[in-house]
Design a protein around this ligand. Structure first.
Ligand SMILES: C[S@@+](CC[C@H](N)C(=O)[O-])C[C@H]1O[C@@H](n2cnc3c(N)ncnc32)[C@H](O)[C@@H]1O
Length: 343
């Protein structure tokens, strides 16, 4: 099974800082905001409460998708936001990354998203495989130009609403202040589809309250298994992870298992598992929890093992190809220098 060296760095400092939004100064007047430097205007306009901020980003992304005639494939806007939320843009580097992405053309975006998902596939192939519905579309060799324009509109709206101010932090505790995929998934889902699935995510204030009431240092012994048989986008996990961090504990020391019957929900939970850095013992399954005794846990672990083995095989093959290319290049250089010497 995986070790944690491939995962985003865990919080070194177990003492959690006050949330960034709590430290923010009050909103400025419109004139003052206009005068703000390019690097701060997104932040100045964002709601101070991270859950409100996440909701606003989701609402804007949904508007942008439908206004641009994106169509009914809701996996595309969700996959777009999920990819962007996997990016790191620490405060000290300013908005350079967001500005660079904003200058991309629509046809360049699928390649960017593929590279983001591939970067994490190297670290957690099981979770990126689980999120297949979120990135499968980006591999389409013949994408619909209208859909790509809608992807660009979603990207612009999310970045201009300060998505990276919410999810781009180096500190996983700050990245886990809100769940941006939850309002996006439930907002994009058709009303009757949502009703049939019973897909109504628990509000963050409720999950936070539950975690604060149920989790204390006596209960949260390292090694404890935290399981969610109807995980949705992982809202409950987020609150428990934050509670553990508040108690000076590290989510990496716990076992996490979330399962959902719906592949889009499981995909969102898988991406959130990376964003919130739940650690090397966090797994997400996609199965009917009621149809198996273990909510598909054994199957999920076996799929994860296969994913890591497949990743290792690909990496070995790629390393062998690079090594032999390098050897051929050296041989070429050697023979051409000998020929030059002979002349
Ligand atoms: C009400 S939502 C709750 C999500 C999350 N636990 C929360 O509190 O926000 C219910 C979730 O359960 C999933 N679900 C429904 N029936 C299920 C089943 N038999 N097995 C696994 N997941 C199921 C749905 O797809 C949906 O994502």
């Amino acid at each position: 099974m995986p070790d944690d060296t491939f995962l985003p760095r865990a919080a070194q400092n177990t003492e959690r800082r006050a949330p960034a939004w709590a430290k923010k100064s009050p909103p400025k007047s419109k004139a003052a905001v206009r005068a703000c430097a390019k690097t701060t205007w997104r932040k100045a306009l964002a709601p101070r409460d991270p859950h409100e901020h996440a909701r606003k980003i989701a609402e804007n992304a949904i508007d942008a998708w439908y206004q641009s005639y994106g169509g009914s494939s809701i996996d595309i806007p969700i996959g777009t936001i999920a990819a962007l939320a996997l990016l790191r843009q620490p405060e000290e580097i300013g908005n350079g990354l967001a500005d660079w992405i904003l200058s991309r053309q629509p046809h360049e975006l699928p390649q960017l998203f593929k590279e983001i998902y591939l970067g994490y596939w190297i670290k957690r192939p099981d979770l990126i495989n689980r999120a297949l519905r979120l990135h499968d579309w980006a591999w389409n060799p013949d994408p619909d130009p209208q859909q790509l324009r809608a992807v660009q509109a979603v990207t612009h709206r999310a970045l201009n609403q300060g998505l990276l101010d919410l999810t781009g932090h180096d500190d996983p505790g700050q990245r886990a202040e809100a769940d941006v995929l939850s309002p996006l998934l439930t907002g994009l889902r058709h009303k009757s589809d949502k009703k049939w699935r019973g897909e109504y995510h628990t509000p963050a204030c409720v999950t936070d309250l539950m975690a604060n009431m149920l989790v204390d240092k006596d209960f949260a012994q390292p090694g404890l298994a935290i399981r969610e048989p109807a995980v949705g986008s992982g809202t409950m996990f987020r609150s428990v992870a934050q509670r553990l961090r508040d108690l000076g504990l590290n989510p990496h020391d716990y076992h996490w298992y979330g399962n959902d019957i719906d592949s889009l929900s499981a995909g969102c939970a898988a991406v959130n598992t990376i964003i919130w850095d739940l650690g090397p013992n966090a797994f997400i399954g996609c199965a009917d929890s009621l149809a198996t005794e273990d909510s598909g846990y054994a199957k999920t672990l076996s799929e994860a093992k296969d994913a890591f083995e497949q990743r290792d095989r690909y990496v070995d093959t790629a390393t062998a190809i690079v090594t032999s290319r390098r050897a051929f290049r050296l041989l070429d250089e050697l023979t051409s220098s000998k020929e030059t010497a002979a002349v």
